[in-house]
Write a protein that binds this ligand. Structure first.
Ligand SMILES: NC(=O)c1ccc[n+]([C@@H]2O[C@H](COP(=O)([O-])OP(=O)(O)OC[C@H]3O[C@@H](n4cnc5c(N)ncnc54)[C@H](OP(=O)(O)O)[C@@H]3O)[C@@H](O)[C@H]2O)c1
Length: 302
């Protein structure tokens, strides 16, 4: 029987591809041969440039855009309000409006900071939202503006992102652990790290499920939490990192009030992952696995 059995690849554009998450998509791309990826660093596509968004996305109708671009300098944002909102809110709205015209679905990343509330249980997507500070408020505004456009969007709220790329807590601890005999780390903020690679794999899994099963499109168009499993404080995490790496540095627990920062941090960033696990039947690795894989990645780069 004759026929054209050429399968059309799923086309995915990754924005902010020089960041932690964007780099993980880049690294995973060769393993996902049924997808075609284009990567856009800030230099290639500044998402706050509305004409550039139109040029890129109205010309080429991607199936999905994964928006890893964000203003993530949480403390700097307190005095750089306009830029933070321009990227995390206005640009995201403009991106969504452009993608609707191109019939492209959006994957967008938000933050545990939008919750900033505590009820004794892991934070659910439909729970209280009480963002404090410019970055947190700009991330919630970005979510809301995207939803208001009506675009099919998967919005993923994540926490404590770590990887072998860019700047993050794991890399800071490794550096300080080699430089200092003791360090103080806050022990009253609870949450879980998110290994950017695990998050990127989950996103690609969801894309595949949505593309091969139109019944899943309603599930795609929703807001979910994603972090690695388990609960830990930054202090415990730092202690584990020193132990994993056999670093002699002693980690001292302190309270957040003794480590003031321009932007206030939530004490409770424990995200419920029930909704995403049920919707897409995904397994989420424990933070212990996440941190040991992340440390391996960092060692392998040396
Ligand atoms: N990192 C965390 O702990 C954390 C926690 C919760 C949620 N999140 C969210 O998770 C997502 C991914 O975070 P990440 O850790 O991968 O962030 P990241 O490493 O800071 O990467 C963000 C990337 O966005 C780029 N970018 C900034 N402004 C841009 C613009 N106008 N146009 C295009 N690109 C721009 C940055 O480029 P430059 O470096 O050149 O500025 C950077 O490459 C973000 O939405 C973030 O808000 C992160």
């Amino acid at each position: 029987m004759d026929g054209d059995f050429t399968l059309k690849k799923i086309s995915i554009a990754v924005l902010g591809s020089d960041g932690q998450l964007g780099n993980e998509f880049r690294r995973l791309a060769p393993s996902f041969e049924f997808c075609h990826f284009d990567f856009f660093t800030r230099h290639i596509l500044d998402i706050s440039d509305i004409e550039a968004l139109k040029r890129v996305f109205l010309d080429k109708n991607y199936d999905y855009v994964s928006n890893c671009a964000a203003y993530t300098a949480v403390d700097k944002a307190e005095t750089d309000v306009e830029n933070c909102y321009a990227i995390n809110a206005t640009a995201c709205a403009n991106l969504a409006k452009t993608l609707i015209q191109a019939d492209t679905k959006l994957i967008h990343f938000s933050s545990d900071y939008v919750y900033h509330s505590y009820n004794g249980f892991p934070l659910r997507e439909d729970g209280t939202l009480n963002p404090k500070g410019v970055y947190a408020s700009s991330k919630l505004e970005g979510e809301n503006l995207i939803r208001a456009t009506g675009i099919p969007a998967l919005i993923l709220r994540t926490s404590w992102v770590v990887s072998s790329f860019g700047h993050n807590f794991v890399k800071t601890m490794l550096r300080l652990g080699q430089e200092r005999p003791t360090i103080s780390v806050v022990n009253d903020q609870y949450g879980a790290p998110t290994f950017a690679k695990h998050l990127a794999i989950a996103v690609l899994d969801i894309i595949l499920q949505t593309s091969s099963n139109p019944g899943k499109e309603n599930l795609f168009n929703d807001t979910y939490n994603y972090a690695n499993e388990g609960i830990i404080t930054w202090y415990d995490l730092a202690t584990q990192i020193m132990a994993f790496q056999n670093l002699p540095c002693k980690v001292m627990p302190i309270l957040s009030k003794d480590y003031p920062t321009p932007a206030v941090r939530p004490h409770w960033s424990v995200l419920s992952k029930l909704k995403i696990k049920k919707a897409f039947n995904i397994e989420i690795p424990h933070w212990y696995t996440a941190i040991s894989e992340c440390l391996d990645d960092i060692s392998n780069k040396k």
